[in-house]
Design a protein around this ligand. Structure first.
Ligand code: NAD
Length: 256
């Protein structure tokens, strides 16, 4: 990772943002690592370094062995519930507030964009605010039973029928929420600038969203500690921490 932020890159990115009328941010787990939530693919610290994802977080494994999923997700969920938005989340909310950003499309399930004040957020991999009973499909607010699970290790169950409560997050092998993805697509297809922040761009279909933006004629800014497959096609690339770049970018845009 580069510690120095290139100031000419900053000026160029700010210029793109000031000129754009329909900028969309696409965020991934890397925007939340400065809030203390590990991502999946960072070398050494990423969660996939430690487990086989298909064994713990696929829909199939959840059906057969929900306890294993809950046990694996316990430390991550505890971190998410206690995390607070960092300057990158807050910067995006400021850009929306000042009409420099029309939407955030996020792969994150941690709720930190809403908590930072963003209003138009498309959570294409779901979120942890609610859970659904796998038996009777009743939807419930998740925080209470997740906290009980974290503190006492009791697997969350539906109060109506006793079925397992599955968090409304998209597992491997599960459909993405259709309406949310549709709205995200509309924002992307009409965007004139996409800012990718903290995503390895390795998880499809989201990894392909920037291609849709490029096809629509949008410019592309990438802020990610590690290189991505689209760096060569981007107008500006920062290999720096998002929590350092985004606030500097916002400052440059708002107080040139
Ligand atoms: P990923 O783990 O594949 O990639 C994260 C990327 O962020 C890496 O390339 C890394 O270099 C970069 N990064 C890490 N810290 C950074 C920082 N401070 N500043 C800039 N870049 C940073 O994550 P992904 O692309 O979002 O895809 C993986 C899946 O992980 C998604 O489906 C998502 O739902 C899930 N996930 C979400 C959370 C969360 O909600 N916070 C946490 C872990 C995983």
């Amino acid at each position: 990772m580069n510690l120095d932020i290139n100031s000419s890159h900053l000026k160029r990115a700010a210029e793109l943002l000031r000129k754009s009328k329909r900028a969309v941010a696409l965020t991934g787990a890397g925007i939340s690592t400065p809030s203390g939530i590990p991502d999946f693919r960072s070398p050494h610290t990423g969660l996939w370094d430690k487990v086989n994802p298909m064994e713990v977080s696929s829909l199939m494994s959840f059906r057969y062995n929900p306890e294993k999923f809950f046990e694996w997700s316990r430390p991550l969920t505890a971190l998410i519930l206690d995390a607070v938005p960092n300057p990158a989340h807050i910067g995006l909310a400021q850009l929306e507030e000042t009409n420099h950003l029309v939407a955030v499309v996020t792969q994150n399930i941690d709720n930190l964009h809403y908590r930072a004040g963003s209003k138009r957020v498309f959570e294409v991999h779901g979120h942890i605010r609610e859970s659904t009973c796998v038996n009777c499909y009743q939807k419930v607010a998740a925080e209470k039973h997740i906290r009980i699970f974290i503190e006492q290790g009791i697997t969350p169950r539906c109060e109506e029928c006793g079925g397992i409560l599955k968090p409304d997050v998209v597992l491997f092998g599960e459909q993405l929420p259709f309406n949310v993805v549709n709205e995200a697509h509309q924002a992307i297809a009409t965007s004139d600038l996409m800012i990718v922040i903290g995503s390895s761009l390795e998880v499809t279909p989201v990894a392909l969203f920037p291609l849709d933006a490029l096809s629509a004629g949008a410019k592309l800014i990438i802020i990610n500690e590690e290189p991505t497959y689209l760096d060569e096609r981007a107008d500006v690339v920062f290999h720096n921490c998002a929590a350092k770049v985004v606030p500097r970018l916002v400052e440059e845009v708002l107080h040139e």
